[in-house]
Write a protein that binds this ligand. Sequence first.
Ligand code: NAD
Length: 289
Amino acid sequence: MHQSYHIICGENKYTLRSGQTASSNRQQIHPSITSTMSRFSLQGRTALVTGGARGCGLAFARGLAEAGANVAIFDRIPPEEGFLSIEKEYGVRTAYYEVDVSSPESLATGFGAFQTDFNNALDICVPCAGINRHQTFLEFNYADHQELLGVNVLGLFHTAQLAARQMIANGTKHGSIVLVASMASHVAVRSQLCSAYCGSKGAVRAMCPAIAKELAEYGIRVNSISPGYVRTEMTAAFPHLIEEWKSAAMNGRIAEPEDIMGACVFLASDASSYMTGQDVIVDGGVTKW
Ligand SMILES: NC(=O)c1ccc[n+]([C@@H]2O[C@H](COP(=O)([O-])OP(=O)(O)OC[C@H]3O[C@@H](n4cnc5c(N)ncnc54)[C@H](O)[C@@H]3O)[C@@H](O)[C@H]2O)c1
């Protein structure tokens, strides 16, 4: 049975889950584990997550907050209860800004308000806002394609750009940008009609090393995450495909947003300090068999 227990390291407090030990006695934790875990701490850092009102973005916001970060979100819609309860649960500061990431004006206004409210602090940015359209390649029309690229590619790129400028200006020593790509940038999604979406996520993955290279001189790392099938509003439109998605994964299930949260916290934290320009696939093995 899985137990959870806490490690206190300096001012940092961590929750570990282990199937091996039922002990919550911190004396029994080896010092090397404590020092490793301290590298996952985001205590005192400030994060911005776009698309954080629900789904994967909300899970990322919650994971970053649990690790100690203050978290702001940009979204077109008001956040779910899971965001509103973060402050009370984790004792960090949160804020929601109504922003359409596909609009340069809205993004600039959002960043302006965020900078004022958080005294220009920013260490972590997770551009996660994204949309999909279920249409055949032969019928996909220009307007829908433009809208999709406006959010998934241009919105993500310019969020990362404004975040990087803010990180350079505030001189953070812990700058980390985690772009949200997709398994759909690695393979065609067998059950869905999403050629434009695959292309948009391919763009995210392709821009990642190039941005990483340019931001390395400022000590800002840039990586991407490619989730597989995750149970969110985006995939809720395809209930008839759930069984097929389960059988496509080596582990026989689709992911909950919390299943990909850990990869985001890892990439945001000093635990991944030697990683930049990389993509981390969290897909239950779908792309590997
Ligand atoms: N669900 C999956 O299986 C899956 C798999 C791989 C990648 N992803 C990616 O993860 C990210 C989150 O997807 P999700 O599954 O949580 O979907 P979701 O629809 O539940 O959440 C997306 C969020 O982005 C917000 N958003 C959309 N357009 C926006 C805009 N223009 N400006 C600001 N906010 C906007 C939405 O309001 C919503 O809160 C997306 O980039 C998606 O492509 C999802």
